[in-house]
Each structure stands twice: as structure tokens, then as C-alpha cells.
Design a protein around this ligand. Structure first.
Ligand code: HEC
Length: 265
């Protein structure tokens, strides 16, 4: 096992203190980027919280049809055993409602001016028998379609354009130089600690490989959505390893080492 001759634990107090301050800053930075990530990207898909669709939307773009439209266009519920298909006029009315002006979907849901074609009534008559929270257990199906909030969740098709290429260039520029530098430093520090070579090697590889694959996947994901998982995986591997390295280095600096050999001075 070849190790750096330097052990952080043996640095003078002032050096250990300054390293600790900087590592706390770095740990804080990762915490804040986690928050920023969910602040910045969440709700791109119109639903609360950060989802894979949000991330896919940001890096690749998403074009997903409303679940209600998909179901109606697939002649649901007629395909289910023993179920009558929706009558043509009712299906047409619902499609018109969903495919029309998106701003009118919510107000028209229970718009009495639509006479026999009020969407809420059509859904009540043909769907809520199964799609309600209180339907019999053997009939009950997701998603519920009883209330306006239920409808909001499934009535909208989503088209999310990926971030502007100029933004991606600026972001790659800032992240690649900044993060590679911090990663280089922490990876250097972890090799000056008491911990086992496998742990140190594994964390160093996860931090640096994660960063490389994360940044590369930002670009690859523009072409193919299948790289979106690599953004998430690489990002998590990088950030997780960096946080662990930071904590281990802090421990090296301040925890006494029971196995320490007496220092040759
Ligand atoms: C006989 C019961 C029944 C009726 C009536 C019914 N559905 Fe369904 N629906 C189901 C079942 C079962 C599923 C499958 C859900 C599952 O896999 O849990 C489903 C799934 C769905 C889904 C989700 C599809 C997806 O991709 O997740 C939507 C949207 C939907 N139905 C809309 C409707 C609409 C609109 C109507 C009325 C026009 C309707 N359903 C009437 C039983 C029903």
C-alpha cells in the first residue's frame, strides 16, 4: 500500500483549523446546490416536487400527452372486460375539451353553459364509478377523477423545452472548472488520511467519475433521453462521495487515531 507520506492529523493546529473551515464551506456548498437543484428544476412538469420528468425536461425536453387524452384515445374503458365503450358523442365532447385551449380546461370542467357536455358530468357518469376514492375495492382504479385537483393532475399535456444551449454552455463552463478543482483538492486530501485504501480509492473514483459522467450526460441527454439517468446517477455519486470525503477528512483532522504509530520526528 503506497500512501502519501503526509497525514493531515499531524499538521499544525492552524493548518487543521483552516482546512476544517474550508471543508465546512464546501459541505455547505453541496447542501445549497441540492436545494438549488430542486428549486430550479422542480415543477417544470407542472407537478409539485422534483421528478425525473423535471430533470428530463431541463436537459432533453419532454413531450408527454395528458393521461386523460391517452386513455380516451385508447378507447378506455371499452377495452376492459365487460365494459361498454364511451358513447361517441361523449368521447368527442371530452376530446374537444382536452384538446382545446389549455387555459379553458379548468374553467370549462364544470361550465354549465356546455349543457349535456359538461366534462365534470360526463366523467361522473362514465368514469367516477371506478375512478373515485370511495369506489368498491374491486372496481377502484387510479387516478381518481372526482375533484378539480384530480383533473388538474391528468388533463394537461406537457411540452417542456430543454434549457437554452447558451445556458448549458455557461453552466458547463462554470461547473466543470469549479467542481473539478474542488474535487481535485478533496481527492488529494482523502489520500492523506488514515482510512483504508479501498475506501479512499472508491470515494475518489466515485467523486471524479461521477462528475465526469454527470457533466458529459448533460450534453448527451440533449440527443437522447436515455442519458438522463446518468445525470442523476453521476450527480448523486459525485455529491455523495464529496460529502463523505469531507466528513472523513474532518474526522482525520480532529478524531484521535487509536492505531497511530508514534510519530518519528
Ligand atoms: C370499470 C372501471 C373503469 C371505468 C368505468 C373507467 N376506468 Fe379508467 N381505468 C380503470 C382501470 C382498471 C385502469 C387501470 C388502472 C391501474 O392500472 O391501476 C384505468 C386507468 C385509467 C387511467 C390511467 C391510465 C394510465 O396510463 O395510467 C386514466 C387516465 C383513466 N383510466 C381514465 C378514465 C376515464 C376518462 C374514464 C371515463 C371515460 C374511465 N377511466 C373509466 C378502470 C376504469
Amino acid at each position: 500500500m503506497s500512501n502519501l507520506p503526509l497525514r493531515l492529523r499531524h499538521l499544525p493546529l492552524a493548518a487543521r483549523l483552516s482546512l476544517s473551515f474550508l471543508i465546512v464551506v464546501v459541505l455547505g456548498g453541496y447542501l445549497v446546490s441540492g436545494l438549488h437543484m430542486s428549486e430550479h428544476h422542480q415543477n417544470r412538469d407542472g407537478r409539485e416536487g422534483l421528478s425525473m420528468t423535471d430533470i428530463e425536461g431541463a436537459y432533453h425536453g419532454v413531450n408527454s400527452e395528458a393521461p386523460l387524452l391517452l386513455a380516451l384515445n385508447a378507447d378506455h374503458p371499452g377495452e376492459l372486460d365487460g365494459q361498454e365503450p364511451l358513447e361517441d358523442w361523449a368521447k368527442k365532447a371530452l376530446l374537444q375539451w382536452l384538446e382545446g385551449d389549455a387555459d379553458k380546461i379548468v374553467p370549462n370542467w364544470d361550465n354549465l353553459d356546455l349543457g349535456d357536455e359538461v366534462p365534470a358530468d360526463l366523467l361522473d357518469a362514465s368514469c367516477v364509478g371506478c375512478h373515485s376514492r370511495t369506489a368498491d375495492a374491486e372496481l377502484r382504479a387510479e387516478p381518481p377523477l372526482e375533484y378539480l385537483d384530480d383533473i388538474r393532475a391528468v388533463a394537461f399535456s406537457r411540452e417542456i423545452s430543454p434549457s437554452d444551449i447558451k445556458l448549458l454552455i455557461a453552466s458547463t463552463h462554470a461547473h466543470s472548472l469549479g467542481l473539478a478543482t474542488i474535487t481535485l483538492l478533496l481527492v488529494g486530501l482523502i489520500f492523506a488520511t488514515r482510512f483504508g485504501p479501498r475506501l479512499k480509492g472508491g470515494l475518489a473514483l466515485a467523486a471524479s467519475g461521477g462528475l465526469l459522467f454527470d457533466l458529459a450526460a448533460w450534453w448527451l441527454a440533449r440527443e437522447s433521453a436515455s442519458f438522463v439517468f446518468l445525470i442523476v446517477l453521476g450527480g448523486l455519486a459525485h455529491a455523495g462521495a464529496m460529502v463523505l470525503i469531507g466528513l472523513l477528512v474532518l474526522c482525520e483532522l480532529w478524531c484521535s487515531d487509536p492505531k497511530a504509530k508514534p510519530q518519528a520526528s
